[in-house]
Design a protein around this ligand. Structure first.
Ligand code: PMP
Length: 406
């Protein structure tokens, strides 16, 4: 096989050949959503051109082809994270997955005196669903702090993981700081105390090898569009016992075995949690994305992104007045930064005129921004399809903009 040819792989992404404001696009917003390679686009296109039908309903040829394409994608995706396909619920993304756990697992089980433990680095998708549960149950949220370099404060975690904690939800990789949390160690701690763990894998799956059983969590949610797949796709893995015990979240077609007005017999998991016609073509595309990533190799991708991150960090750190948020060892290729005297939005707007796409804002993490005492940051997030030339353009772009703004 040999080492991946990164420039050839980059050529699989049609949008990366675009010009923006007369300049070649430099796409550094992959933590927000990744770009899509030809095999993913082709898989969805082919589904609609040749196989389109609903799943699990029709006996005709196209119906069984569609069902096979959908279930085949589930198997490939399950293989990608090393779990049995019947433990993988297909969802519209991380947000849906976490809400499913909140409504089906937490809502019937929690009450006054119970605690949901979160961390300060969570995305709103891993905060707000738990607040909704607390409003209805009387449970309370407690928050684990972070260290100045943006790592999880494990001493603080230990001290807050007390007998009243029923659930611990935290991110695998921070979308703002790039911090990679020691998921397996933390889950081991929680498990000893009988605390159920929910992991937000949104930013992990696209960038490193994730073997869910090794992590020892109870639930693992992820989103398809950040891992080269289409928007509106994702998955939630849950321990079989939870899937059996949890009531359905949404009711409708597909999730039943038998319905009468006296009552309904639910389908087996994972179908029990997949009410209604799913995003069939999207899931097919996500299956192709998992294959594409696996073909390159997650270890190769991680090494490539770490090399780009090292250069970018060194280059950006040398710019006067530039501050990077999140410097924990082993972090992922996400660089949140501010330049002294410049507003994040002004920076991002002027960088856009250079063809450089970075995100500015609160990154759906208000509590984390409040912790650092800033309303917003700029964030350059990398993927394997980025190049060293693009890193240099980012640094040169920031230097130019800085002179304009100061
Ligand atoms: N968690 C994290 C860490 C994220 O970065 C994101 C996406 N920005 C989400 C959750 C939500 O993912 P989605 O919007 O695809 O449901």
């Amino acid at each position: 096989a040999g080492r991946p040819d990164w420039l050839r792989l980059r050529a699989d992404f049609p949008v990366l050949t675009r010009q923006v404001h007369g300049k070649p696009l430099v796409y550094l917003d992959s933590a927000n959503t990744s770009q899509k390679p030809q095999p993913v686009i082709r898989a969805m296109d082919e589904f609609y051109r040749e196989h389109n039908a609903n799943v699990s309903r029709a006996v005709h040829a196209l119906g069984s082809e569609a069902t096979e394409a959908y279930e085949g994608a589930r198997r490939r995706l399950a293989g990608f994270v090393n779990v049995p396909p019947d433990e993988l619920v297909l969802t519209s993304g991380t947000t849906f997955g976490i809400n499913l756990v909140a409504y089906s697992w937490a809502l019937p089980r929690l009450g006054p005196g119970d605690v949901i433990l979160l961390t300060r680095m969570e995305h709103h998708a891993n905060i707000v669903p738990w607040q909704l549960v607390c409003e209805r149950t009387g449970a309370k949220i407690r928050v684990v702090d972070i260290t100045p370099d943006g790592a999880l404060d494990l001493d603080d975690l230990r001290s807050k993981l007390t007998g009243d904690v029923k659930l611990l939800a935290f991110t695998h990789v921070s979308n703002v700081l790039g911090t990679v949390n020691p998921v397996a160690d933390i889950c081991r701690m929680a498990r000893k105390l009988g605390v159920v763990t929910v992991i937000d894998g949104s930013q992990a799956l696209p960038h490193r090898s994730v073997d869910i059983p090794v992590l020892g969590c109870d639930f693992y949610a992820f989103t398809g569009h950040k891992m080269l797949g289409p928007t509106g796709t994702g998955g939630l893995w849950a321990r079989r016992q939870h899937l059996r015990e949890m009531p359905p979240f949404l009711g409708g077609g597909e999730m039943i075995k038998e319905v009468s007005f006296e009552g309904t017999v639910y389908n087996e998991p994972p179908h029990k949690f997949e009410a209604g016609t799913p995003n069939i073509a999207g899931v097919v595309g996500l299956g192709a994305a998992a294959d594409y990533l696996a073909e390159i190799g997650m270890a190769e991708i991680e090494a490539r992104e770490q090399a780009l991150l090292a250069v970018a960090t060194e280059r950006l750190s040398a710019i006067p007045g530039l501050r990077i948020f999140g410097t924990a060892p082993g972090k992922a290729a996400v660089i949140s930064f501010l330049v002294e005297g410049a507003h994040a939005h002004d920076l991002a707007t002027l960088l856009d005129l250079e063809g450089i796409a970075v995100r500015s804002g609160h990154h759906c993490a208000h509590p984390l921004m409040a912790h650092f005492g800033v309303p917003a940051t700029c964030r350059a997030s990398l993927a394997f399809y980025n190049t060293h030339v693009e890193i240099e353009k980012l640094a040169a772009g920031i230097e130019k903009v800085r002179k304009l703004l100061l």
